[in-house]
Unconditional design. Structure first.
Lengths: 388, 503
């Protein structure tokens, strides 16, 4: 009698399982036929690089969704964490100089005041920042760009993990619906970064930090029209792309092979049964959101380093939706309890290929959202049809 | 039940009906005629095909062979809506009411009475009140929110809804599984009244005493085929035992394993246990369970048996009292709600088996779960408990109820308990699996465990337990000796009078 669950289970299972891969392959082939330069290695690497930041977020989002939650705050969190990182780095690198300039300005202002001139005193650096610059100077991190890079990474990761911890505690201990808790986070984190940058952007000073996001590993490849002077041209596999794949692999192993991973599935599947099985559900949830935060931090480091700046108003905007879209396309159940990382990665690549294809085909950027939306909906329709 | 046998018009007829699913023959060549105004029970073990048969009638599935006639005409019932159009309604085990809507709104959901395009509440409520009148439950006011009704009352709303659609054939799937003794009596009165009005009732149940009490004729299915249909006279002569033999296909000689002696050493001591709950706290419950003993907790639904079990297991906060487990070891609680709290249905047999004891398989340093040891442990349980599954990597929701229950039990055995609390271990489980479950529980207690068996099925408690604690409205009313206790005695303490005794 439990046999009644659908007559084409196998067919459906397979469709749900490999549908995204088939769709991606189809998309690549079709695009390649329409536009041959699409298949050039440079272009493919370019797509990978563009998608790597969202890809890292989407890996974390997969874990969150499998646990039965959602995180709407990741885009804003990425903006805030990246911004704070640059802010802290600038404080470390240029702090001593700025503090000296501020001091000189204060002296001048005092002299002016003594002469009866009341010019307003405008100092670019606040007292708190001057203090932080002092601390960096004392521990030997001031002035050097390498030191700056170090504090930037630490600050970015720290802010993001702290924000993730906030989300997790609100959801696990505060019993808030994940949608609501992280919607609050979305508003709050964005507002914090706007306030910190006064609505402008965080611009990194120096060039060492930029190496993280712009560098890569050289891969030799030979251009085909082999002339007698054919020599190896190096194609660079960017660090963010490597990071995305490594993170995906590690998280996939964690999900499928560790106790924490098993608990994530159990909580997403049936939270009450997990409680009855003596699983500390609150702790699992908090860990999930802290992991999400850590991955946001990583993506933020790579992104702010690559761009060398973070806009307080736009960086990371709507990234949460791209991440969720990739998770959904990849076949993870929005209700939680089932899902897989590689599906998400396929989803991420699909989104990248689509926008790349639309650019090649000269589709108006205004219409690209429509196509993307249709493809997301189609992917989910196909999967739910497969489940029936 | 009294019926006018002269109206021998056939309401529903199955002719050689079969249904196959890929790789499985769920139903084959079933022929059956049911008269207008008849209460017809369909019984069989889980997997025998009774749900499939009813799903064909209610339009959820279509037959792959044979034909169904309703009112003498061959019909194709393509959907539940089509079934409704033919006057066939199914009352599902999980009631399908919208809790936030009122009784009247639920009854007319999807078929709202309207005036000028707006819902005519007055008319709906008047009609609902009238329906409730005919069902003799005028207490269920049309304006009450369904979420505020008891389960039994919701069931009445479902029946009213079916009648308001003009149903002439009503299918009831395990309607008494969640009802108390008194509520069951009320339901049977309603069924008799429906019957008098010429409504045909298909009655599906595991509880054979009930089936005998309520039905005119009984069809027994086994492995997708019809074994027999007992006529009116045969039903009068039949006993639960003859039905069970027909269902299983062999005589059930010893339903319960012979009681074995238990030890002297007290393993579980419950002293003055009080736990809070909505609708009256459970207070001052004290008892001891010895090594190898099966201690029964009987009582009516709502008497507080589950709360005691959860209190002992530490799943509920104790308001007062203490629970002592002597000689170390943990307490395992096999919950009554297999789907809600017992199992993680979306996970496979292996993952469920190890879920509560995953630390045993986890490397301390990496958090890595050793698949090999998980597989070995799970295989062991599948073999020793004879869990029927296509493999340990199959999702547990593909298993039958009895086998799911065994997986849940395996999960708890893995935690190495010295006290095992089993709450309604055989609910929704067929007879063969019940027998196995009883044997398992006995083997475990013989191995030195102390067991608390919570059950609504009196014969189970009487057949299995060394001693029986009877609960009544949150208190332990009596502790009886299992060997000498009778149904009457237990019911007397459970209800505080001599009423009942049916279950």
């Amino acid at each position: 009698m439990s046999l009644s669950s659908g007559s084409n289970v196998h067919w459906g299972d397979r469709l749900t399982k490999f549908g995204p891969v088939v769709a991606l392959a189809l998309l690549v082939v079709v695009t390649g036929m329409l536009e041959s330069s699409f298949l050039r290695p440079e272009n493919l690497v370019n797509i990978l690089r563009q998608q790597s930041f969202v890809g890292i977020l989407a890996v974390g989002m997969t874990v969150v969704v499998i646990s039965g939650g959602i995180d709407l705050s990741v885009g804003a969190m990425m903006g805030l964490a990246g911004g704070v990182g640059i802010w802290v780095m600038n404080t470390a690198v240029g702090g001593a100089k700025m503090v000296a300039e501020n001091a000189a300005a204060r002296v001048r202002h005092a002299e002016d005041a003594a002469l009866g001139l009341t010019m307003p005193l405008e100092l670019p650096w606040s007292a708190g920042r001057e203090w932080l610059a002092g601390v960096f100077g004392q521990v030997g991190l001031g002035g050097s760009e390498v030191g700056g890079m170090f504090v930037a990474v630490v600050a970015t990761m720290g802010v993001a993990m702290l924000a993730g911890l906030c989300n997790g505690v609100l959801i696990a201990k505060g019993r808030l619906a994940p949608f609501i808790a992280t919607l609050g986070g979305l508003a709050a984190y964005r507002s914090l970064s706007l306030s910190l940058a006064d609505g402008g952007e965080f611009r990194a000073e120096g060039s060492v930090f930029a190496r993280i996001g712009t560098g890569g590993i050289d891969l030799p490849y030979v251009i085909r029209p082999a002339t007698e002077t054919a020599k190896a041209i190096y194609l660079q596999l960017p660090y963010p792309v490597i990071a995305m794949f490594v993170i995906a692999a590690v998280v996939a192993v964690v999900l499928n092979r560790t106790r924490f991973g098993r608990y994530v599935y159990a909580v997403g599947n049936n939270e009450r049964a997990a409680v009855y099985s003596a699983i500390n559900v609150d702790r699992v949830k908090i860990k999930v959101y802290v992991l999400m935060g850590a991955l946001v931090g990583l993506a933020a480091c790579l992104l702010s380093s690559r761009m060398n700046s973070v806009s307080s108003s736009t960086t990371g905007n709507l990234a949460e939706l791209d991440a969720i879209a990739a998770v959904v396309i990849g076949g993870t159940r929005m209700q939680g309890g089932s899902g897989r990382i590689w599906g998400t990665i396929v989803g991420v690549l699909m989104l990248g290929v689509i926008s790349n294809m639309l650019n090649f085909l000269d589709v108006s950027p205004y219409l690209q959202g429509l196509v993307k939306g249709l493809i997301i909906v189609a992917a989910v329709l196909l999967q739910s049809a497969g489940r029936k | 039940m009294a019926t006018d046998t002269s109206t021998n018009k056939v309401a529903v007829e199955f002719r050689g009906v079969g249904r196959t699913f890929p790789g499985v023959v769920a139903l084959e060549g079933v022929s059956l005629e049911v008269a207008v105004g008849e209460v017809h029970a369909v019984i069989g073990e889980n997997g025998a095909g009774k749900s499939t048969l009813m799903k064909l009638l209610s339009g959820l599935h279509q037959p792959t062979s044979g034909e169904i006639r309703v009112g003498g005409k061959v019909v194709g019932i393509g959907s539940p809506a089509a079934a409704q159009g033919m006057g066939i309604a199914m009352i599902h085990q999980e009631l399908n009411l919208v809790e936030e809507l009122s009784v009247a709104e639920n009854i007319y959901l999807g078929r709202e009475k309207t005036r000028l395009g707006l819902i005519d509440r007055g008319a709906q409520e008047a009609a609902s009140a009238k329906l409730m009148e005919t069902l003799r439950c005028p207490g269920i006011l049309p304006t009450i929110r369904c979420g505020d009704l008891s389960i039994a009352q919701r069931q009445m709303v479902e029946i009213a809804k079916a009648l308001s659609c003009g149903a002439r054939v009503i299918i009831m799937d395990e309607p008494t599984a969640v009802l108390s003794v008194r509520e069951i009596g009320a339901l049977f009165e309603v069924i008799a009244r429906l019957q008098a009005d010429g409504v045909t009732v298909f009655y599906i149940s595991h509880l054979l005493d009930e089936v005998l009490r309520v039905s005119d004729r009984i069809t027994v299915l086994r492995d997708g085929r019809k074994v027999t249909t007992l006529g009116r006279e045969e039903v009068k002569a039949a006993t639960a035992k003859t039905l069970a033999n027909l269902m299983v296909g062999r005589p059930m000689e010893q339903y319960f394993p012979a009681r074995k002696a238990c030890g002297e050493e007290v393993v579980l001591e419950v002293r003055g246990l009080s736990v809070g709950r909505a609708g009256g706290d459970v207070q001052g419950v004290s008892f001891e369970v010895r090594r190898g003993e099966i201690f029964g907790l009987a009582g009516l639904i709502g008497a507080g048996r589950t709360e005691v079990g959860e209190g002992i297991a530490g799943l509920r906060k104790l308001l007062a009292g203490e629970v002592l487990v002597r000689g170390g070891g943990s307490v395992a609680y096999l919950s009554e709600d297999r789907k809600g709290t017992g199992l993680t249905l979306g996970m496979n047999v292996r993952e469920n088996t190890t879920l509560a004891s995953l630390e045993k398989h986890t490397s301390r340093w990496t958090g890595w779960v050793g698949r090999g040891s998980e597989v070995a442990v799970t295989r062991g349980h599948v073999e020793s408990m004879r869990i029927r599954t296509a493999g340990i990597e199959r999702r547990v929701d593909t298993l039958s109820g009895g086998n799911q229950q065994k997986v849940a039990l395996a999960k708890w055995l893995e935690t190495g308990p010295s006290v095992l609390i089993v709450d309604e271990p055989t609910r929704g489980v067929d007879i063969g699996a019940k027998e196995q479950m009883y044997k398992l529980i006995q083997d475990l207690t013989q191995g030195g465990m102390a067991c608390v068996l919570i059950s609504s099925e009196l014969n189970e408690v009487l057949g299995m337990c060394h001693r029986i604690g009877v609960m009544r409205s949150g208190r332990l009313a009596a502790i009886l000796d299992g060997a000498t206790a009778t149904e009457q005695l237990v019911m007397q303490h459970a209800a505080g009078s001599m009423e009942g005794g049916e279950r």
